[in-house]
Design a protein around this ligand. Structure first.
Ligand SMILES: [Zn+2]
Ligand SMILES: [Zn+2]
Length: 174
């Protein structure tokens, strides 16, 4: 996923397109690795806006393997991200601004930028599906699998109230 700015002829307004389908390394999140479920599709359009200056627009689509926060099952979560960046060719190492991407040696590797965008798009609380029933509070088996035989309904009403309270707190984002 390399953009070769050397391909531009130097005319302002000149536009070039790139598209790839390829693997990205797993995202790093708090010492944990979040792998992609398959190849990532990327398409970008780059327009020359001035000497050594470019506008990059694009989108990328991929699925990440997340762990459901309720039932702890792993599932593929599709994510689509957009890119909108100013790119500037820079001569020396270390140059670069907060709001534009430095291009060194005419070639820009998009992968770190894509990893950043996918990371930013990760859900705070992953769910395999919005109404995932979670795990049985007694035996810990996924409720999805059907009746586990636990007598969950016959709990002390005071405990049930407490459980409701905890569930409300857990689902506070809704
Ligand atoms: Zn789930
Ligand atoms: Zn159970």
């Amino acid at each position: 996923m390399l953009i070769d700015f050397g391909a531009f002829k130097g005319e302002i307004g000149e536009t070039r397109r790139w598209a790839w389908s390829g693997e990205l390394p797993p995202l790093e999140a708090g010492g944990e690795e979040i792998p992609f479920a398959g190849p990532v599709e990327v398409a970008v359009e780059v327009t020359a806006t001035g000497p050594g200056s470019f506008w990059l627009e694009g989108r990328a689509r991929g699925s990440l393997v997340l762990t459901c926060s309720r039932c702890l099952e792993r599932f593929a979560h599709p994510i689509e991200v957009t890119l909108a960046e100013t790119c500037k060719m820079v001569a020396q190492e270390g140059a670069g601004g907060g709001d534009w991407l430095p291009v060194r040696g005419e070639v820009l590797d998009l992968r770190p930028e894509l990893a950043r965008e996918f990371f930013a798009a990760l859900p705070m609380k992953p769910l395999c599906r919005p109404d995932c029933p979670g795990l049985c509070p007694v035996c810990g088996r996924p409720l999805e699998a059907g009746a586990c035989g636990c007598r969950r309904e016959e709990v002390d009403p005071r405990l049930a109230a407490l459980r409701e309270l905890l569930r409300d707190r857990e689902d506070g984002s809704r």
